[in-house]
Design a protein around this ligand. Sequence first.
Ligand SMILES: [Zn+2]
Length: 280
Amino acid sequence: MQGFEPGVPTPIEGISVRVQRILGRNPGPMTGPGTNSYLIGDNRLCLLDPGPINPDQFDSFMAAIGDHKLEYILATHTHGDHSPGAARIREETGAELVGLPAPEGIAQDKSFQPDRSWVDGDEIDCGEYTVRLVHTPGHVSNHLCYYLVGEGLLFTGDHVLQGTTSVILPPDGDMGSYLDSLKRLLDLELRYLAPGHGGVMDKPYDEIEYLIAHRLKREAKVLAGLEKLGECSIDELVLTVYDDVAEHLIPWAKKTLLAHLIKLERDNRIVSTALGYKIA
Ligand SMILES: [Zn+2]
């Protein structure tokens, strides 16, 4: 990311609580510039999404923490690019793990084991600031956003990304839940979204409305495709519904298409057949 050096804490401007963004050393096709970690607070600290295991990044975190007390390690979810770094930092600092345990599925970090059960609405009081858990299933079932109370800043993990859209992989990924989780965010008082990948966004409602509209537009295209093709397989349907997507991305598009189809079947708009799917 332009202006961001991996491992170097960079303060987020415009809020009164100190929040430093620390870019990961893991750029790639699925992680963009790398995973964003966030160090919250002045004295009693929280570290959000420590990312994958990386000794250099571990040293960067310890340097940023310095003589202060790391009280909590917050995980938005347990994908391999978000939570595995937590174990070592916890060992070193004694910080408590916050998040939901890994569900079944690929690329899940089973080493992430919080000591207690956290639920939606729980608040972490660090004196100078409070962070609230907002359960946002969709990208994965155990996804949490973290709301910095009074500042209008929401750490969005992989629920809302900057410059790209989230991957929804069934069966744990769920398009219906994803849309519901996006709509829920509109009830929060928001000024900034701090994503798991990419830069901080300062038009939160526009971003969220865009994502909802984008998914609903695709859903309409799924229905139109089935109207046009009649009963058909997912392999046929994907080429019609994702005619705007490069060929090498079609396997990914197919997974997202499946997420749409599962939602539409649950909504009684379509039915699955021996061949594939058709309009209900
Ligand atoms: Zn993820």
